[in-house]
Design a protein around this ligand. Sequence first.
Ligand code: GLU
Length: 316
Amino acid sequence: MKIRTRFAPSPTGYIHLGNVWVAFLNWLWTRQHQGTIVLRMEDIDRQRCHAAYAEALMEDLDWLGIDWDEGPGAIYSYGSAVQSERMDFYRAIFEQWKEAGDVYPCFCTRARLRQIASAPHPGEEGPGYDGRCRNLSPEERARETKTPSWRFRMETESISFTDLFCGMQEKTLHAGTDDLVLVRADDMIAYQLAASADDGAMGITHVFRGRDLLSSAPAQICLLQKMQRIPPVYAHLPLLVDSSHVRLSKRQHGITIRDMREAGITAEQIIGRLLFWAGAVPEGERISAGEALKEIPFSSCRALQEPEIVVESLLS
Ligand code: GLU
């Protein structure tokens, strides 16, 4: 099998250690398996994404020595690797499903959905939705005045898969409560639809990303099956967290690659630190991405089964 992976950042800010952790490990694994890497720009949210961040992130990856084979600026058999340039493709899938009755309009207000989520049964996680609009009659729909979002009509189904790092996973998706939004009320295509449509169309065989998205995998598998695509193998990596177990985010100081570059930290220090967190090298190692590719087999990254890894900023 020809391996194809993707790194799929959202250009909403400068990339940070949490992003390059995923980008680098995906790169190392793919390159050591002679695979192809797609840099997919997930920039559908036009309010939050900016072209300047997309440019900056490619520049930062380049500086770190992390390259890719397919990405922005070219057209491939599946079209562009930039999601904002693929809107017709997502709409066509959605329209086809709408025609077939596989999606339905949901008129629920945010306030109502918030209320459902915050009133769980004891000991359970609150459902995201209660299926209210799934079986509205045409007359009932006609009486609604709010612009709807559009939900996928899920069949109750048990989804199981083996994650490369998290092992065997099984989840039952329920008709109604797991009906996910595919098109938002403001007409924006939802992440779940775009990401699964692209993983399918781009022939992605392995998906490396953070464990925060592990819970999205069953629904994405279900959407991929609906599109008659073979779901990829998932590889959810441990989350990098600070000493209070808070996930690294752009809001924290000193963790963007830009901050570190400006403070004189080298790419070799950053790559060395990523490999130290992965359990592959001793603390303080300095190594370039190119050297790591030759000298550090991915299998020596022994810490990747952990749910999270507590890290310190390189600037502290
Ligand atoms: N664009 C998503 C993010 O930056 C990643 C989605 C994915 O890897 O499936 O968090």
